[in-house]
Design a protein around this ligand. Sequence first.
Ligand SMILES: [Mg+2]
Length: 133
Amino acid sequence: MELEYKDHLSPMLKGDIKNYLIDIDGTITDDVPNEEPERMVDCIPYPDALETINRWYDQGHIICYFTSRTENLKQITIDWLDKHGFKYHSVLCGKPRGGNYHWIDNHLVKATRYKGKFTNMVEKKVTIEVFED
Ligand SMILES: [Mg+2]
């Protein structure tokens, strides 16, 4: 991973490389709740998600699956990702459940809501909430 270190601040990715944090349930496959882990074994990936995310990986972007699945479901998740050919760098479990996410960070954050189609990204003007100046 290409990181740039400047002036004793936390490192940043070089160039246009993105850190993708990608949800699993309802985003790259069916929306399977933690209470039904048996479905996590047999659910089918969304083909456009698999293709698009693997392309981002091949382009050098960092792929992290960031999921509300609990730690005890991590190995099932890794086995499923590997079985279906997902390319990734890491899996983070324990994302808070319930949606309505609002991420505050000193690094740039962009968010994209998945609405049923995984494609390349396009730019659109939207309204966001920011801190007062
Ligand atoms: Mg989800």
